[in-house]
Design a protein around this ligand. Structure first.
Ligand SMILES: [Zn+2]
Length: 414
């Protein structure tokens, strides 16, 4: 016989608490996911505070599958006006309307006076609806402004660059461009100097791009690094040093010789030891014990030591937000420690079977940011030197910039 027991008071309290928390979570979730009313998001000004004679604007973003007639109806464009607009569009300008275009409806009081279809920061189509209807393409004046900045490091590169007014995005790009040669955490010293020339696009006085570096120089412990932007006929936009070498560095696709691939990159692999589906996020190279392992590219050792399943492991941080990992090593190159610089091809360790390994092999991973990619298939950075035919053109650009820089007197912070 099963006796009926009163549920203990603790249980009642916890059930109550759990449901309360659950309801609360659902409530938060609803709050977060609730779509904002479109009109509220798109009003550019608060209409309620406008006297009726002042021009006011409503902005609408064209969504997929939306037609002009539906939008016009939605925005209470008088039928008569809508009809005239369609009739007037002899050059078929309105057929270029696309999802993502912004439409700005301008009113004085209740009267619609114009509709501007904004294609981008520069181009728009202006429909005037007051009195006579007119439709025309409008191109706003754009301007490219060049800026020059020079500084000396007293604190950190980021702080000092920011102090002299270099925008954050340019600072990040600068560190990225030189990230193949300079580690901005380990390498930077007091007294290092930097210079940058960059351009920013403005349209009608408004900044429309975060800027692009044309030229950059970094003097680090008496090494001088130069990067000149150049549009190479073959590779597109690249940065090259004064010799025309690409600032990006190359990678070896396989970090060892005399090996064969024993297991490919495979997100759905059955693990040979654990016997369950476990992603294989690298490539395995079967090789004899003590086969030398090379650094796949220039970089800085960011880890050397043991990682549970991986055994003896080395990680190298490269430029371009790339990291490579080498696991199951028999032994390390003893001279390496965190922060050591390595060149492509330097021997960093030797093949073994430390950690969880079925046989002697190298497990090799290629990280781009937080994502592991297939080292066999990944598109490696294009790191070719400049197209030879274009070298004279490149050299004269570079000299112009060096000239400009020498004329610019820097403000130095002590
Ligand atoms: Zn593996």
């Amino acid at each position: 016989m099963i006796g009926f027991k009163k549920p203990p008071i603790k249980l009642i309290v916890s059930v109550f608490l759990i449901s309360f928390v659950a309801i609360f979570l659902i409530y938060i979730d609803l709050e977060n996911n609730k779509p904002l009313p479109i009109e509220e998001m798109t009003f550019s000004e608060d209409l309620s505070e406008m006297p009726s004679s002042v021009e006011n604007k409503r902005i609408h973003e064209v969504s997929k599958g939306e037609s002009l007639s539906v939008i016009f109806e939605d925005k209470s464009v008088p039928l008569n006006t809508a009809y005239k607009i369609f009739n007037f569009d002899e050059n078929d300008l309105l057929s270029s309307i696309m999802p993502g275009d912004k439409m700005q409806f301008s009113y004085i009081g209740d009267e619609l006076i114009s509709i501007e279809i904004i294609k981008d920061e520069i181009n728009s189509i202006l429909i005037k609806t007051k009195d006579e209807i007119s439709i025309k393409k409008v191109e706003k004046k754009s301007q490219i402004i060049k800026s020059i900045n020079k500084g000396v490091i007293t604190n950190s590169f980021f702080k000092n660059a920011s102090q002299i007014g270099i925008p954050d995005s340019i600072i990040m790009d600068f560190a990225y461009i030189f990230g193949w040669d300079v580690d901005f955490v380990f390498d930077v010293r007091k007294g290092d100097a930097f210079s940058v020339i960059y351009e920013t696009d403005y349209s009608e006085g408004e900044k429309v791009s975060s800027g692009d570096i044309i030229f950059a120089e970094f003097i680090n412990k008496n090494n001088r690094y130069i990067a000149q932007r150049f549009f190479d006929d073959v590779q597109g936009k690249q940065y090259f040093n004064e010799n025309g070498d690409n600032v990006k560095k190359a990678f070896l696709r396989a970090p060892l010789d005399f090996a064969y691939i024993s297991s490919h990159f495979n997100p759905n692999r059955m693990h040979p030891i654990l016997h369950k589906i476990k992603a294989h996020n690298g490539v395995d190279y079967a090789a004899k014990r003590n086969t030398p392992i090379m650094a796949s590219g220039d970089g800085v050792i960011s880890f050397v030591g043991r990682q549970s399943g991986y055994g003896r492991t080395i990680e190298i941080k490269h430029g371009g937000n790339i990291k490579t990992l080498y696991a199951h090593l028999e032994k390390f190159n003893k001279s390496l420690k965190v922060g050591s610089k390595v060149k492509q091809g330097n021997i960093i360790g030797y093949v073994g079977d430390s950690g969880q390994a079925t046989g002697t092999h190298l497990h090799f991973e290629f990280w781009q940011g937080q994502i592991r990619t297939d080292p066999i298939k990944v598109e490696l950075p294009s790191a070719k030197p400049i197209n030879k035919n274009q070298f004279p053109e490149f050299k004269s650009l570079l000299n112009d910039n060096l000239d400009m820089l020498s004329k610019y007197s820097s403000i130095e912070y002590e």
